[in-house]
Design a protein around this ligand. Structure first.
Ligand code: BJW
Ligand code: ZN
Length: 241
């Protein structure tokens, strides 16, 4: 099959299905200017992003971890949704779309997507480590570390770090959708971080036609119906508009 035929085939499957389910990772925001985790962008000062995204790093040095997240807030605040985010949001006028995202940047919502499950949390929310209170917080500057006005506990970004569990309700929502998906689009994720790395295989085992869009093949590619090699900002508008 030529690339053109493949794209036409996938478009038809999407158009014939009741609902589109999408799993996104850092790669979908790369063309907006948000650095990915693995690869050149994944460094801040001399630290690897994945070493700072841990409860151990936060216990050891909350101010350092907060500086990293504030730096990312400032960076993300300057980024706009790209044609990939916009194509997904625009597709809601044809079909129901559920976006399951590992990204904490909020760019899907900014593009207009209304049905987004943020399985790794949001950089725009904080959580008190002592009393658990959640609150929205979009400040780009603050005294560090922030403390809870209710109990005086330390506040942390409301994101999911390595070794932490995903929110049960959100995970269940994602698994339910994956189980009933006819087509699953997986965009810009390296497929190495669990449990999201297994979502595509899970959906495929329940009958979904799974399409991956990435610059390169991933360890999960062998389990999917096909991989389209290309930039999300170019491929998604081709598939969805
Ligand atoms: C483009 C592009 C363009 C670029 N167009 N494409 C089972 C086996 C082994 C280990 C585990 C396991 N179960 C759990 C674990 C431990 C751990 C894990 O998976 N470790 C592995 C690394 C080995 N998982 C967890 O701890 C999870 N918790 C959990 O499972 O709890 C229960 C449990 C705990 C412990 C043991 C057992 C069970 C939680 C994971 C939380 C991940 N958190 C982070 C940080 C979030 C907050 C923040 O952003 O700061 O989430 S880490 C980081 O990785 C972030 C991302 O969401 C996540 C995934 O990264 P992603 O999105 O795939 O980005 P990249 O950079 O890796 O890839 C980008 C891709 O885009 C590349 O492929 C590019 O080619 C592509 N690309 N430009 C298209 N223009
Ligand atoms: Zn508190």
């Amino acid at each position: 099959m030529t690339d053109r035929d493949l794209i036409r085939n996938i478009r038809k499957r999407i158009m014939d299905s009741k609902k589109l389910v999408v799993l996104t990772g850092a790669g979908i925001s790369a063309e907006s200017g948000v650095p990915t985790f693995r690869g050149e962008g994944g460094l801040w000062r001399s630290y690897r992003a994945t070493d700072l995204a841990t409860p151990q790093a936060f216990s050891k040095n909350p101010v350092l971890v907060w500086e990293f997240y504030l730096w990312r807030r400032r960076l993300i605040s300057k980024c706009k949704p790209n044609p990939a985010h916009l194509a997904l949001a625009g597709f809601e006028s044809y079909k129901p779309v559920l976006v399951i995202t590992q990204n904490i940047d909020g760019l899907h919502q900014k593009a207009g997507s209304r049905n987004v499950l943020e399985i790794h949390g949001s950089i725009w929310r904080v959580r008190c480590v002592k009393c658990g209170r959640l609150r929205d917080d979009d400040r780009l500057e603050m005294d560090l570390p922030p403390v809870c006005s209710l109990c005086g506990g330390l506040e942390r970004p409301d994101v999911v770090w390595f070794g932490e569990s995903l929110d049960e309700g959100i995970l269940k929502g994602a698994l339910d959708a994956l189980m009933s998906a006819e087509v699953l689009l997986i965009v810009g994720t390296s497929g190495v971080v669990e449990p999201a790395a297994s979502f595509g295989r899970f959906a495929a085992s329940h009958g979904a036609y799974v399409v991956e869009v990435n610059l390169e093949r991933t360890p999960q590619s062998p389990y999917y119906a096909c991989t389209i090699l290309g930039r999300a900002g170019e491929v998604l508008p081709e598939l969805l508009t």
